[in-house]
Design a protein around this ligand. Structure first.
Ligand SMILES: [Zn+2]
Length: 477
């Protein structure tokens, strides 16, 4: 159970603004959904408990006449009053409502209380707080509350940290004499509108189903998805392996191809199915350095490690693949042919059509978001057929271009067309790369050569059952 934080602890927490990423699509979507349940009939006083930095407060204020924003932290309240300075209908009150009865000087027609009851120290305290809140409502007053799903129950998706979850919160308000009148459910949280009417049966309230907003990794890392067979924590405790599946992808797009490149383009929905399957089986993205550390020290890898690689840096990576990687908390390695940054994949023209590639700003954005960027040569040639001088130029120029662009050392390389020879291998080492990925089709092992890392090819005709078999088999052996 969470321990109750003091005002000092909260003030310290709020020293850094926006720690909860209130402006993310996930939070903003949740705010809009919560607002959609505010009854239009409200004319009296409204309270928002735990207003934090006022991001929801400023959306609620235009909808109501008289709003009191409460928070335990003076730092947070200060930020709310700054953010909401343009509104004349808000008053601010520093107050610890989890440990003190709400002031009885006024009654509220609506109390909004979201994402805060997790911090009750016990179910006992939660019951007391729910009773308190109910007792400060006008007759037929409302409580509006949004809380996350917990992951106790493997039959639905929820957050690992969440012990007092949305179901418990809503049931506790019911125990306190409230009836649920409207509800909005997403796969990750529930928003309930409850009304104080102890005699009412709440058997037929309106339930609306909606999607949650786009997830960033800071939120998605704590989710256990519905159907999870092995959590990442459990995998880390029980599994030791010498195997590392490194998956090879190219394009993730709905665009239809009939030519020779079609096998290299998988649909976003197929990709999502694969990521969910990996998450449900406890897989986690690792950096190749972790494989290298284990290799050097002769120690096995812990848990279910995996690396997802994307060749060619197509623009659809940032449009389609990256948001899904964020949603399921995976990262990836992206290999960039540097001459073509911001242009089209001209080397594809001999097999089919060319596609747009990521530009410099997009590569910088992805690198900042934790995507490992590596070189895929400069002009995407068949390296084994080049004279030595051109070969060395391909390797050094692309490394330098990426290092200048991203201001970081580039240590990883990927052979275009999987085309290599002894001379190419030697040249890659000479050009001060630490790792290179090839197209040999098998799972990587701790005994593999770091300049010839094999990969499992994920092609468009690979069905999900085969995909799972292929990855799990690669890890088990
Ligand atoms: Zn390529």
């Amino acid at each position: 159970m969470a321990s109750a934080w003091t005002a000092d602890q909260w003030n310290k927490f709020f020293e850094v603004p926006n720690s909860w990423h209130y402006d993310s699509d996930y939070e903003q979507t949740k705010y809009k959904q919560t607002l959609s349940l505010v009854p239009e009939s409200i004319t009296g006083k409204v309270a928002e408990l735990a207003c934090a930095e006022g991001h929801f407060t400023e959306l609620l204020a235009p909808l109501v006449k008289d709003l009191v924003a409460f928070d335990i932290s003076s730092v947070a309240l200060g930020r709310t009053s700054e953010r909401c300075a343009r509104f004349r209908n808000i008053s601010y009150q520093e107050f610890d409502f989890l440990n003190n009865p709400l002031p009885d000087s006024f009654a509220f027609e609506l109390i909004v209380c979201s994402e805060v009851l997790y911090y009750c120290e016990s179910f006992e305290q939660l019951r007391g707080v729910a009773k308190q809140i109910a007792s400060r409502l006008t007759p037929k007053g409302y409580v509006l509350t949004a809380h996350a799903n917990g992951s106790r129950d493997g039959n639905k998706s929820g957050f690992r940290w969440c012990e007092i979850d949305a179901d418990i919160v809503i049931d506790t308000f019911k125990e306190a004499g409230m009836s649920i009148v409207r509800e909005l459910r997403t796969p990750l949280y529930r928003i309930g509108l409850l009304q104080f009417s102890p005699d009412r049966e709440d058997s037929n309230w309106v339930v609306e189903h909606a999607a949650a907003g786009a997830l960033r990794r800071n939120v998605s890392c704590a989710i256990e998805w519905q159907g999870t067979q092995l959590t990442r924590n459990a995998a880390r405790e029980t599994i030791k392996t010498r195997r590392l599946p490194i998956l090879m992808y190219h394009s993730v797009s709905d665009k239809v191809d009939t030519h020779a490149l079609a096998p290299y383009r998988i649909t976003p929905s197929a990709f999502e199915e694969q990521l969910l399957a990996l998450r449900q089986r406890g897989y986690r993205s690792i950096h190749i350095d972790e494989w290298n550390e284990c290799r050097r020290h002769g120690k096995p890898l812990k848990g279910n490690p995996i690396i997802l690689t994307f060749d060619d840096a197509y623009k659809d990576f940032i449009e389609n693949a990256f948001p899904l990687l964020e949603k399921y908390d995976f990262t990836a390695n992206l290999f960039v042919p540097t001459f073509y940054i911001g242009r089209a994949s001209e080397w594809d023209s001999r097999f089919g059509s060319c596609f747009d590639l990521l530009d410099a700003d997009e590569l910088r954005y992805l690198a900042n978001a934790g995507i490992a960027i590596g070189s895929h040569s400069d002009t995407h040639p068949f390296l084994a057929y080049l004279p030595e001088r051109s070969l060395l130029l391909e390797l050094s120029r692309s490394k330098q271009t990426l290092e200048d662009l991203l201001n970081q050392e580039i240590k990883e390389f990927c052979y275009p067309f999987g085309n290599l020879s002894g001379a190419v291998l030697e040249a890659v080492q000479k050009s001060v790369y630490d790792f290179a990925y090839c197209t040999e089709k098998r799972a990587c092992d701790l005994s593999d050569n770091q300049y010839c890392l094999p990969r499992l090819h994920v092609m468009s005709d690979l069905l999900i059952d085969k995909f799972i078999q292929c990855v799990v088999h690669a890890t088990d052996q």
